[in-house]
Design a protein around this ligand. Structure first.
Ligand code: DGI
Ligand code: FE
Ligand code: FE
Ligand code: FE
Length: 187
């Protein structure tokens, strides 16, 4: 699917703000893919579809998760995580994108996972630092992404987990496993 058709496909499913975020992730993902040698076309498509399910009603997300038996363990955790699995499902079933690397990057864009590929990392980091994001620490996160993709990934996971703990929210075990895997590689 070309960029124009992909953008048109997701636009009707997203609020204006979420669409703007998606464009930002797309541009950032292409830039990171160029810099770190990931497939730019796959980065573009994964970025365009990564949040395709983000604006759906929670009940609808839950129904799809149950009916399609997508990651049942996710249902016991925060609903913020559900759009990633459902997004990958819709990207394949509704929009016909069958590339497994693209679908995997979408599935794990919120939690990460233990064996992240270059493309998975590019999407995870692009989602975190795209130009429309503003939160304390985003400048540092952007600087790290220019220097070292793994450091940028670790920083984003660290901040996300810290933020969740501060708000006394549950942390999905896979998010912690991802963090552990990266820390172990560093030492
Ligand atoms: O969809 P986006 O807002 O672009 O970004 P995202 O899909 O990376 O993250 C969505 C939200 O999910 C964000 O507020 C952080 C939260 N999140 C990430 N990992 C976990 C999590 N929430 C919980 N409860 N547990 C996690 O492990
Ligand atoms: Fe998301
Ligand atoms: Fe993210
Ligand atoms: Fe996103």
């Amino acid at each position: 699917m070309n960029r124009e058709d992909a953008l048109k496909a997701v636009q009707s499913k997203l609020t204006n703000q979420r669409y703007t975020h998606t464009i930002g992730v797309m541009e950032t993902a292409i830039k990171l893919a160029k810099q770190y040698g990931a497939d730019e076309k796959k980065a573009e498509l994964a970025a365009i579809f990564h949040d395709v399910a983000k604006c759906m009603p929670i009940g609808e997300l839950r129904d799809i998760m149950i009916n399609e038996q997508l990651a049942p363990e996710l249902l016991a955790y925060n609903k913020e995580l559900w759009h990633a699995s459902v997004g990958a499902f819709l990207t394949e079933k509704e929009f016909g994108i069958e590339d497994k690397e693209i679908l995997q990057a979408i599935t794990y864009h919120t939690s990460g996972h233990e064996k992240m590929t270059l493309l998975d990392k590019v999407i995870y980091v692009a989602d975190y630092i795209e130009p429309n994001r503003s939160f304390p620490g985003v400048e540092e996160a952007r600087k790290l992404a220019e220097e070292d993709l793994d450091q940028a990934l670790l920083n984003a996971l660290k901040n996300t987990i810290t933020f969740l703990i501060q708000k006394e929210q549950t942390v999905y075990p896979l998010t912690v496993k991802t963090y552990n895997t990266i820390v172990k590689k560093q030492h």
